[in-house]
Design a binder for this molecule. Structure first.
Ligand SMILES: Cc1cc2nc3c(=O)[nH]c(=O)nc-3n(C[C@H](O)[C@H](O)[C@H](O)COP(=O)(O)O)c2cc1C
Length: 248
């Protein structure tokens, strides 16, 4: 599979110097925070180019700048690199795909199908089929029995979002997964030796993007924001058009 970069066609992408790939990919990436925020898509199609430790380290550094309750920072991040652990990731991805196929009414598109749903489904199948080939990261948070699940989540998901934004800022593709949620969790926990008193909160796959990806598409603020009182029958503040999702 070619990364499609100029002058790279005769080289195996997997053999490229990771630092060179990172520098090339970082060039021209947005540094403006608004651009980063509005273009951090879930990326599912990756080239075979290697992702260096330095690039992941920057994402993890950003993750640790996130807030957490009481600034406890009771988080751990596990980089999944080895073939053995990746094989477990691949198994968990296949288990998740079995479930989400039904949930999202997905089927493998025929080669000639090219509408938005077919393209999206094709990328999702490729992502899960290749799940064991990618580098990924587990996000864990310590389980404090006094805290609710949502409160515990509130102390790890900001870190995951910081990770995703730092990936975007470097031109690195990333996609959160549910691969630990459909039977994969015990496999992943055992593979990395995660202690029982730690919650496996999230899993993010990273890689260098293949193909083009537009901005995020989201529901407009006018549909999701109330002022002072909950309810669709309450007049909402009229947001300016330019504040809507850039993909609209
Ligand atoms: C908690 C969570 C779990 C997700 N699990 C999966 C998954 O298992 N497989 C997948 O292809 N995408 C998964 N995604 C990616 C979402 O489908 C994606 O973020 C969403 O569709 C928005 O995509 P966009 O940012 O490209 O518009 C997950 C995202 C989140 C936040």
């Amino acid at each position: 599979m070619s990364a499609g970069g100029p002058g790279q066609s005769d080289r195996d992408p997997a053999d490229r110097d990771p630092a060179e790939v990172a520098a090339e990919r970082a060039a021209g990436q947005p540094t403006d925070v608004w651009e980063v925020l509005s273009s951090a898509r879930a990326i599912r199609r990756f080239s075979d180019e290697p992702v260096s430790d330095e690039v992941i380290q920057r994402c993890l550094q950003a993750a640790t700048w996130a807030p957490s309750g009481g600034n406890f920072q009771a988080w751990r991040f596990v980089i999944l690199r080895s073939p053995e652990v990746r094989a477990v990731v691949g198994k968990a991805a296949a288990m998740a795909l079995d479930v989400i196929e039904g949930v999202y009414k997905m089927r493998r598109p025929e080669p000639h199908e090219n509408d938005r749903k077919a393209r999206s489904d094709r990328a999702t199948y490729e992502f899960h089929d290749r799940g064991g080939e990618f580098t990924s990261v587990l996000f864990a948070t310590e389980n404090f029995p006094s805290a609710s699940d949502l409160l515990l989540g509130g102390s790890i998901f900001p870190a995951m979002q910081n990770f995703l934004l730092a990936a975007r800022a470097q031109g690195l593709g990333a996609c959160p997964t549910s691969w630990a949620s459909y039977g994969g969790e015990p496999l992943l926990r055992e593979a990395v030796g995660m202690p029982d008193n730690w919650l496996l909160a999230g899993h993010v796959v990273v890689g260098w993007p293949r193909g083009r990806h537009g901005p995020v598409r989201r529901r407009p603020l006018s549909e999701v924001v109330y002022t002072d009182r909950w309810g669709d029958d309450v007049p909402t503040y009229k947001f300016k058009k330019e504040q809507a999702s850039p993909g609209d």
